[in-house]
Design a protein around this ligand. Structure first.
Ligand code: TXE
Length: 479
């Protein structure tokens, strides 16, 4: 299977015919090739999307758009095993995780936004001698740029509201994990969606992503990825006044107070740290724990990590797979070395697991827990985006909050306590877009998702997504 772009309802190679290899990170083997597209391919996709907006897709009713989203959800759900296998192969994540989290979430995203647009409301404002009614219109052509950690999960989080609100989409998945985006294009094609409503361009960020952010025919960009890339996207997009939503990195704190119920929440704290091999922007990569509970928490976490099954992502029993690429593992490993230089003690992991061929050539790294680091050192303040977590003691709630807020990021935090008042106070004082109390990554698709500081700008989810992918027009009528 060679992947192709999807433009104007046709599967096509890059105009240059250049390709890139897609590597399966669990074995290092080439899975397939994908088009190495360029600005000319982005031009083609924008032209197809613009034509779609001027034609049948631009006139589609709410019911037609919602039905398309529901039909996509139904197809993905019917092919859950295929999608999960592709996602696992491409990312190295356990197939069981893809089956239970990534792919079901993609299904929910399409169903949720189908419902949201069906039940959408607009406003009317009455004056003494006039009425105003406000209608929501699609932005037009939107560019969606997504990362490699949750490929279909995050792509569908953008494609579903964009299509439901009537935009035409130009999507660019990560070049490292293109498989499920192509499978989505295949589903859209088989459903007979109006040509040009959904276009997919594969390729490198600097070549395809950059061309999208600069393209005058694209009216909005929703981007999820690293903070440094987000800055480039923001700068390029501002030249053509594109609407922007940037969901960037994090260095989230998991705060464990002295009264935390570890019997109830230890597994959640571990999951917050190491789910998807720590490669989720919401992962708690710094655990701040009250000094009186530090040793107990570390001991229990170490015991818990010993129960993870590290190995072949295709094996349903595996709970911890490989990192998404060898280059990314190099980066994550460099932080383990740095942590040692910075005086940290690796209390669990720190190395590559010993696995049989062909997994011995994979990008595996053990879940790694580090203590004894200063909370202001580089390991404890920079985004690692892998299974490397540091634990830091604190003496008061105020100190915990100050430490949590001391980094440049502000995406999410989780607080574990039995004290309701303390939880409210800390949640209020945290400089983050999201706070979980006694839970983690519990997601209601209606609530705002996004960060503050270097974690990004804008919110998506529910009405926030409906607002992002549309522009309001007010009509005032003199009575
Ligand atoms: O992501 P990039 P990378 C963090 C994490 C990771 C670091 C770098 O710390 O180690 O970012 O990862 C496209 N214009 N996160 O380099 O580059 C790219 O092709 C437009 C956090 O792999 O941000 C891909 O489709 N687009 C994160 C997407 O941007 C460009 C998830 C994300 O890739 C582009 C991933 C450009 N100039 C990494 N350059 C999260 N927040 O979840 C690249 N891209």
């Amino acid at each position: 299977m060679r992947l192709e772009n999807y433009v104007g309802g046709q599967f096509v190679p890059a105009r240059s015919a250049a390709t890139l290899d897609d590597i399966g990170p669990a074995t290092g083997e080439v899975i397939t090739t994908l088009p190495r597209s360029g600005p000319e391919d982005v031009d083609d996709a924008v032209r197809a999307a613009t034509t779609a907006m001027e034609g049948r897709w631009g006139r589609a009713t709410v019911a037609e758009r919602a039905d398309l989203c529901d039909a996509i959800a139904d197809r993905i759900e019917a092919e859950l095993d295929r999608f999960a296998a592709l996602e696992s192969l491409d990312t190295g994540k356990p197939v069981q995780l893809a089956r239970t989290v990534d792919i079901p979430r993609a299904v929910s995203n399409f169903r949720f936004f189908a419902g949201a647009v069906r039940h959408g409301r607009t406003s009317m404002h009455e004056m003494d001698d006039a009425i105003n009614y406000t209608v929501r219109r699609p932005l037009g052509v939107v560019g969606l740029i997504t990362p490699w950690n949750l490929p279909l999960y995050l792509l569908s989080w953008k494609v579903a509201p964009a299509l439901a609100t009537g935009n035409a989409v130009v999507a660019k998945p990560s070049e490292i994990t293109p498989l499920t985006a192509s499978a989505l294009a295949d589903v859209v094609h088989r459903l007979g969606a109006p040509p040009g409503a959904f276009n997919l361009i594969h390729g490198l960020g600097a070549e395809v992503g950059q061309a999208m952010t600069e393209h005058p025919g694209i009216h909005g960009i929703s981007f999820t990825g690293g903070t440094a890339t987000g800055k480039r996207v923001g700068a390029a997009a501002s030249a053509t006044f594109k609407k922007l939503s940037l969901e960037l990195g994090g260095k989230n704190a998991t705060i464990v107070l002295d009264d935390a119920d570890l019997d109830a929440h230890l597994a959640t704290i571990a999951r917050a740290s190491f789910a998807n091999q720590g490669q989720i922007c919401l992962c708690g990569s710094r655990i701040l724990v009250h000094r009186s509970r530090h040793d107990e928490l570390v001991e229990r976490l170490v015991a818990h990590l010993g129960t993870l099954v590290v190995g072949d992502p295709r094996d349903p029993a595996t709970t911890f797979g490989s990192l998404t690429s060898h280059a990314h593992r190099d980066k994550v490993e460099s932080y383990v070395r740095l942590a040692r230089e910075e005086g940290g003690t690796v209390v669990y992991g720190g190395g590559r697991p010993v696995l049989p061929a062909p997994l011995d050539a994979g990008a595996f790294l053990q879940p790694t827990l580090i203590t004894g680091l200063s909370p202001s050192c580089r390991t404890a303040t920079e985004e690692i985006f892998g299974p490397v977590v540091s634990v830091h003691p604190f003496d008061s709630d105020a100190e915990a909050t100050a430490l949590a807020n001391s980094v440049r990021y502000g995406l999410a935090a989780a607080v574990f306590t039995e004290g309701l008042t303390r939880a409210h106070r800390i949640a209020n004082d945290l400089q983050t877009g999201m706070v979980w109390v006694n839970c983690w990554l519990k997601r209601d698709l209606r609530v705002p998702f996004g960060g503050v500081k270097d974690s990004g700008v804008g919110r998506e989810g529910g009405d926030y997504s409906m607002g992002f992918y549309t522009q309001d027009k007010n009509v005032c009528i003199q009575l």
